[in-house]
Every structure is written in C-alpha cells, then in structure tokens.
Design a protein around this ligand. Sequence first.
Ligand code: DI6
Ligand code: FE
Length: 407
Amino acid sequence: MTKKWDAIWTNGTIVTCENSYGLQKNGCIAVKNGKIAWMGAMHELQGDPKELASEHHDLLRRCLTPGLIDCHTHVVYAGNRAKDFELRLQGYTYEEIARQGGGIRSTVLATRNASEDELYEQSSKRIRAMIQAGVTTLEIKSGYGLDWQNELKMLRVVKRIEEKFPITIYKTFLGAHAIPPEYEGKNDAYVDVICNQMIPEIARAKLADAVDVFCEKIAFNIAQTERIFQTAKHFGLAIKCHAEQLSHLGGALLAANYQALSVDHLEYVTNEDIEKIAKTKTVAVLLPGAFYFLREKKPPPVDLLKHHQVPIALATDCNPGTSPLTSILLILNMACIQFLLTPEEALLGVTHNAAKALGMDKTHGTLAVGKVADFAIWDIDHPNELSYSIGQNRLHRLVRGGISQEI
Ligand code: DI6
Ligand code: FE
C-alpha cells in the first residue's frame, strides 16, 4: 500500500527559522516528493510513523533546522594568498598589497593558469567542508577569470560542483571584481567588455542568475557600477553589490535603487543610506569573516539596520584574500561576538534572510509546509549552541530534497 509520506522525522526539536527560532519541541516533520508535507507535535501524529511514511527517522531529541545557506562566496579559485597574509602582518594594508599587484590579481593569475580539473579539485575540497558545516544552498561568484574564457571556466567548474555535490547553487557573475592586468589604466574599456559582451552572453546562455560589482576605490566607481547594473537589469539578471566595505562610495544605495537582492559588507554605510534601503526589499549581507581577517575597526551599523528593520543575512565570503574560511558555523559566532547579533538573529541570517538575499525565500530557508525539504540535523539541545561553540561541529545529518545524505 502506498504510504502517505516518503519520510518522516519524529521526536526532535524543530527550528522553523521563520521570524524567530520558532521552536517546536517533540516535533515531527514529514516529506513527500522532496517538499515538506506536514509538520506538527508528536501527539498530533495520527498513527504509527512507520505506517504513515516509507522511511522513519527518530531524531532522539536532536535539533532540526533548515539546511544552512551561504549566500556570498568566492569559493572557486586556485592557489592561496598566504604570502599576502604575511605582508599584511608586516604592516602593509589590503589596499597597498592590491595596488602592488598582489591581492585579487594574484588569484586571477593562479586561476587563469589552473586547468579546469585543477580548479575543480581545489575548489571541491572547500565545498566539501562547507557542506560538512551544514550548508545545503550556496551562492558562488565568478570573478577570478576576468576574461571571457576564464570566467567561463569558473562557471563550468561551478556547474560541475552543482552536478557532483548534494547542494543547490546560486550563480553570480562577478566580472566586475577587479580590473584585469591587460586593462590597466583602461578601466572604462573593461566595463565596456562587461556590458557589451559578457553580460549579454551570460544572460543568453543562462550561465548566471545575478550580476555583482565590487564597488570600491580599488575596483569600480559609482558610474561604472551603475552602467553594469543598467545592463544586468536590461538582460533580466538579478543584482548584488559589494558596497561600502573599505570606504563609502554610495554603492549600497545605488544597488538598492536598482532593486538589488542584496548589498554586502556595509561597514561604511550611513544612516541616510539605511533609511532609504529600508524602503526597498534589499537585504543587508554582513561578512564577519572579512572584517575579522582584515582586522577592520569599524563594524557595520547593525543597530541602525535592526532599527530600520533591514533584513540581515550572514555569509562566509569564502575567498583567498579576505576570508579564507569555509565554516558558516564560525560565521555565526563571529557575527555575535564582533557585530553583536543575538544567536537567534545569526541563525536567521544563514536561513530565512540568506534565502531572501538569493531571492529564494519562497522555497528555501525556513521550515513550512510546501518548502523544499532541505534540513540540517544537529546533535544539540538548543539552536543557540550553533552560535556559541567555536570549532565544534555537531552536524549529525543533512537532508536534501527529503533525502538523507552521507556527510
Ligand atoms: N570583497 C572581498 O572581500 C573579496 N572580494 C571582494 O570584492 C576579496 C577577494 C580577494 O581578495 O581575493
Ligand atoms: Fe565578497
């Protein structure tokens, strides 16, 4: 006889992550065709779980959260920047190292020189670590190729990752990450290439979901950023922006005015910007790993963001230069300690609000009937332990589309 559900998890603490933890103790969650079909308390379950579902999993009081979402990463790259790290500890700033040809450009060279297989091998080690920290949805940016052939190579690697790993990937084209060496001093000519050749082709071949720009003194100015946004919008791609990380250029407000999904970093965003951003649907993505690694002194104005009810998401920003880390769990702790988020706000930042930052909140990021059945199951009593502990990983199991995964 066909059973009502494909699988059911019983006897656990269900953490819905809608607008708060949304704890349901002694809870159950049932799945049909990869979606959540029913949620409730043990006593509401009408019958024996083994009769109701083809698969029964006893959570033994563990916590079950939505699968975590890392909504801002540059995880596909070759090589590393340990040398830059040493230079910085000798007193050079990130900007100085970038100007001297280190920084992003050295990763561009390494990525261009790597074969597609090498790039895949190096990146997939990091992807595995991300999944092992509870991630089921991941945003990946291009932006270390900076020419058509190498940006395409990065995007092919992203596609391979999508096919090989149990993970949902959101792809962002970040051709506007840095000025490639061959366009030194011809920044506008490179922006022409991005707008006239790259973005139209990316859109036509559906190679990415969104376009991002690094709007910063060492990268793209406001006028260039706006041209790229206009082009992205024209071709129906979503918009994201690295803004106000090292200085205030106005990229965050500009992006919000172009209905950006998110504006990311925001250390130097102003009160006036936030008041206006709050009137849009744009999410603030905070990246405590980069703040930590660059030893920044000015945290983003979290109180103002909260006061104006701008949704706050968190991400690893996994990249070789400013945030060489893969653990979204470490980010939870860093957001609490450095930015004074509560553990609850931090968890919402890697679930519901991270889904909003990818325009995926109708299907992902919370536990509710009809949503995709991506879960992380943790050997913990309360979800605050996720933010509290450092370097401990209590992930018991991941479930993707209703299917329990080996991790
Ligand atoms: N902002 C960042 O923090 C990273 N990219 C960006 O636009 C840095 C990337 C790198 O240094 O390789
Ligand atoms: Fe970034």
